[in-house]
Ligand binder design. Structure first.
Ligand SMILES: Cc1cc2nc3c(=O)[nH]c(=O)nc-3n(C[C@H](O)[C@H](O)[C@H](O)COP(=O)(O)OP(=O)(O)OC[C@H]3O[C@@H](n4cnc5c(N)ncnc54)[C@H](O)[C@@H]3O)c2cc1C
Length: 654
């Protein structure tokens, strides 16, 4: 028998247990368990059991405690078959009797099974208003024209920071959606079942207008207010942001046909969440997805093979497939398909007006890295009926409106991930001690936190400025031109930074951060997707170069925007001058340098915003590290002379 084998209960009686304890107290504690198991300790006991007279009382009390603990361990390791139990009965009874006897004076040992006190673990970051201490967010919301929405923002922030909502986020991801192709009678239903927590998240999101508030109430600042709400609410869970974004983005496309907008916009922008499938005209609240990507190509949708046959007026029958179709339980989809005159945009309802299901079949759901609460499906269409939106052959031009808005949400979604990642890191570091001091007061950790806070603030400021450009675009040509390239460069850069930042923030939590019970792994897994969909990095960068070449007004608008910070910081002035020179030299059309150009444009724009509107400590560190090269490639390499404490303190989550 070796030390880990259970001892034979018949071979041991209480005297052996006591002897082993005494031996342990006398210093033979390592050998004692093995000796107990073998019974050999009986011989060792007399010699080891000679306790010093002066300490006899203490030794007795302690040994009594240990006997109880060992007795419990002993039972736990005893064979559990009924034969073994009955054979062991006499010896076990002795131990039980003794444990009870001893236990009378040692209640705390029997009642409290803890082996140690839990110490140096931070309290959970919950029960707080996610927006309340986010100075970059609150300043930006006021600056960009949505101060009127601050009360609603705090209301949503308080829900986002509540225990309930945080639990919904975890549950919705732990219980991902399931495809139900058929009902119990064998009828094809093509539905997706979600965990109740998903529906709670969706209810709150819809009730707060994340899918359509700016279209229902088009007051100045409406898109800024919505971006801020989306940013705050996504911090609790990102996956359900996908149907919110797609529905939000579908409205400008739908408005290209006034009759469709009149019929469907009220349900698509209402604050009612109605998940059950029904004809659109019978629904108080509805959601819209989009299906463009096919197996042979997602970036180059001109390669789409799904074809559309004219059926009746502007109604077409679509046949083909889509390789990615997220939120497949949506009530309608914007779909691209090849009509006789070329690629065309269609509005495809899930349920037909007579209540029958449209011919859209869900083949399977994707098994994704992150974004797991959300369903992303492969679908097939077989003579599915759809209404044409825009002219035949103008599919990309028509649906691009949608893409512009979903790209803004990629910026907001990534900024939101970064803010939550920083909040978790800062909270942990503030409450966790190592080597005699809280982590956040250790100079190197402070540098890491300051760098994360800096990146998060720059992303937040950019998001809100871009939202204002989207807000103003219908009434202001310069803002429209600025939005055209601003959203593309923001999408490229903020989404590229999110995976790096979420990884570094996770490390601030040490091992705790790598464990699913913390939100850090979910933030990390979610982070890459915003760069992949709605125009992957390269496609986005190339799109920006195209815009620079074809729409000089966009570059002029960009330069006017960033130049507003000129003269305030020599490093900024130098960076702007260098950027302009490189744009001229590159001609802005050389593909291989597209990422360099876009990255530099994004950094200069972020710096311009921070120089003008952020506290000096933030602007100074950003110009030094991001423009002037006074930093390394990893986070946590800001120049130590920067006011790191001020940067971190500005971002404290609660
Ligand atoms: C979770 C998830 C959900 C999605 N949901 C939807 C959805 O609801 N509806 C939908 O329509 N799609 C959806 N997509 C698909 C997504 O939009 C596409 O994956 C994306 O557009 C890229 O297309 P692709 O996968 O075909 O890659 P490709 O187009 O093959 O591109 C592969 C790589 O090549 C690069 N590349 C392409 N062209 C060039 C070039 N000219 N020069 C240099 N590099 C280039 C791209 O940037 C990319 O990095 C989803 C994707 C994911 C991951």
């Amino acid at each position: 028998m070796n030390a880990v084998d259970p001892p034979d209960p018949l071979a041991v009686d209480v005297s052996v247990v006591v002897a082993a304890v005494v031996a342990a107290l006398a210093g033979a504690d390592v050998a004692a368990p093995a000796a107990l198991a073998s019974g050999a300790v009986v011989a060792a006991a007399p010699a080891a059991g000679v306790a010093p007279a002066a300490g006899a009382d203490v030794a007795l009390v302690v040994s009594v405690d240990v006997v109880v603990v060992w007795s419990v361990l002993f039972f736990a390791h005893a064979p559990s078959s009924s034969a073994a139990q009955s054979a062991a009965a006499p010896a076990n009874r002795n131990v039980v009797v003794m444990a009870r006897f001893i236990g009378r004076g040692n209640r705390q040992i029997l009642a409290d099974d803890a082996t140690h006190e839990v110490a140096n673990q931070p309290p959970p970051l919950s029960g707080y208003d996610v927006a309340a201490r986010d100075a970059a967010l609150l300043d930006g919301v006021q600056r960009e024209g949505a101060a009127w929405d601050l009360d609603a923002l705090h209301e949503l922030g308080t829900i986002a920071g509540s225990d309930d909502a945080i639990a919904w986020g975890f549950e919705a991801n732990r219980n991902p959606p399931e495809l139900r192709t058929h009902d119990r009678f064998g009828n094809r239903i093509d539905e997706v079942a979600f965990h109740p927590s998903w529906h709670r998240l969706m209810e709150v999101a819809v009730a707060h207008g994340l899918h359509g508030a700016p279209w229902r109430d088009e007051r100045p600042g409406a898109h800024v207010a919505r971006a801020a709400r989306f940013f705050v609410w996504s911090q609790v869970e990102s996956g359900h942001g996908c149907p919110m974004s797609m529905t939000y983005a579908s409205i400008p496309v739908l408005r290209r046909r006034a009759d469709l907008a009149e019929r469907f916009e009220p349900a698509l922008t209402s604050n009612a969440y109605e998940p059950a499938l029904a004809p659109l005209r019978a629904k108080r609240g509805a959601l819209c997805g989009m299906a463009m990507t096919e197996k042979q190509g997602g970036s180059d949708v001109r390669a789409n093979t799904t074809h559309a046959e004219p059926f009746d007026g502007d109604t077409y029958a679509l046949t083909g497939h889509k390789w990615f179709c997220s939120a497949p339980m949506s009530d309608a989809f914007l779909v691209l398909a090849q009509a006789p005159d070329g690629l065309t945009c269609f509005f495809l309802p899930r349920v037909l007006p007579d209540g029958t299901r449209n011919a859209l079949r869900i083949q399977r759901l994707k098994d994704k890295l992150g974004n797991r609460s959300n369903a992303s499906a492969e679908i097939e269409l077989e003579h599915a009926l759809a209404l044409r939106v825009g002219d035949e052959g103008r599919g990309v031009a028509t649906i691009i409106e949608m893409v512009n808005h979903t790209r803004l949400d990629c910026v907001s979604g990534s900024a939101s991930l970064m803010r939550q990642a920083f909040a978790q890191a800062a909270h942990h570091a503030r409450h966790r001690r190592a080597f005699g001091a809280p982590l956040d007061q250790q100079p190197l950790m402070r540098n890491v936190l300051a760098d994360l806070a800096l990146e998060s603030e720059a992303a937040t400021a950019l998001m809100l400025r871009l939202a204002r450009a989207v807000d103003r675009a219908p009434h202001d040509a310069r803002e429209a031109a600025f939005a055209r390239i601003g959203v593309a460069l923001g999408k490229y850069w903020v989404c590229k930074r999110a995976p790096m930042l979420t990884a570094e923030a996770m490390e601030c939590l040490g091992g705790n951060g790598y464990v699913e019970e913390s939100i850090a792994p979910r933030l990390y897994r979610e982070a890459p997707v915003n760069s992949i969909w709605e125009g992957s990095g390269n496609v986005n960068a190339l799109d920006l170069l195209r815009a620079l070449a074809k729409q000089p007004a966009s570059l002029e608008a960009y330069v006017a925007e960033v130049s507003a910070a000129s003269g305030a910081d020599a490093r900024f002035d130098g960076a702007l001058a260098a950027l302009r020179a490189s744009l001229d030299a590159d001609g802005a059309e050389r593909e291989a340098s597209a990422r360099r150009v876009v990255e530099r444009m994004a950094l200069v724009l972020q710096a311009s915003l921070l120089v003008r509107f952020a506290p000096p400590a933030v602007a100074d560190a950003f110009c030094a590290a991001r423009l002037d090269g006074d930093a390394g490639l990893a986070f946590g390499t800001l120049p130590p002379a920067c006011d790191l404490h001020a940067i971190v303190r500005r971002g404290w989550p609660a």
